[in-house]
Design a protein around this ligand. Structure first.
Ligand SMILES: CC(C)(COP(=O)(O)OP(=O)(O)OC[C@H]1O[C@@H](n2cnc3c(N)ncnc32)[C@H](O)[C@@H]1OP(=O)(O)O)[C@@H](O)C(=O)NCCC(=O)NCCS
Length: 180
């Protein structure tokens, strides 16, 4: 499917909206979180992250169609680096380019804040997420052993040079809808 075709309104389906996460979205986020991760974030964690966002230290977005939350993602801002902390899409809406849209919006946000790089951790078993991140130019930089549940290793991935024109061009190619 072409990038543009993915975002064309489907008959009877409300247009996709990507906007800052708010407390009112949380009831739509929890079921996605619960089916997406072996150890989902609790409501307390989401509330804490939203407080950090209000203080300017985080950025969280939701993707919704009408009132249905279909995905979300966010990052922690640490001086000139942005650490992607969470990104998930409802199972029925995967492979529609929603995570690509969310990650592109987050990357543009990080660029707007003057961050020079993006980083994250991903489970060694999570091939889907690793494939997504590779498209954005993330590369494996190390392993945190037994990072998840004291059992599974995390791959630490980095994406450098995001302020540079070639990276901005890559982002525009990946997701024209998010381009700034
Ligand atoms: C990983 C996840 C966020 C991807 O969301 P998505 O909206 O389906 O991703 P996109 O449609 O934007 O996919 C972009 C690209 O990523 C890769 N990709 C995504 N899902 C994939 C899968 N299941 N298998 C292989 N590649 C995959 C593909 O290259 C895909 O491009 P294509 O569809 O043109 O082949 C989603 O599978 C999810 O919510 N997983 C559970 C939560 C999670 O693991 N989050 C990451 C934590 S580190």
């Amino acid at each position: 499917m072409s990038v543009l075709a993915r975002f064309l309104p489907r008959r009877g389906v409300p247009t996709l909206v990507v906007e800052p996460m708010r407390r009112r979205h949380l009831s739509g986020i929890y079921p996605i979180e619960d089916v997406s991760y072996p150890k989902p974030w609790t409501p307390t964690v989401f509330h804490s992250e939203l407080q950090q966002m209000a203080a300017g230290h985080r950025s969280y977005l939701v993707a919704r169609e009408g009132t249905e939350v279909v995905g979300y993602g966010g990052m922690m801002i640490a001086v000139d680096e942005a650490h992607v902390t969470n990104i998930a899409v409802a199972p029925a809406h995967r492979r529609r380019g929603l995570a690509t849209r969310l990650l592109a919006e987050l990357a543009w946000d990080a660029i707007g804040r003057g961050c020079i790089g993006l980083t994250l951790e991903v489970r060694v078993s999570n091939a889907a997420a690793q494939a997504l991140y590779a498209r954005f130019g993330f590369e494996a930089a190390g392993v945190r052993q037994r990072y998840y549940e004291n059992t599974e290793d995390a791959i630490v991935m980095w994406c450098h040079g995001i302020l540079e024109p070639p990276y901005r061009a890559r982002l525009r190619d990946l997701c024209p809808e998010a381009a700034r």
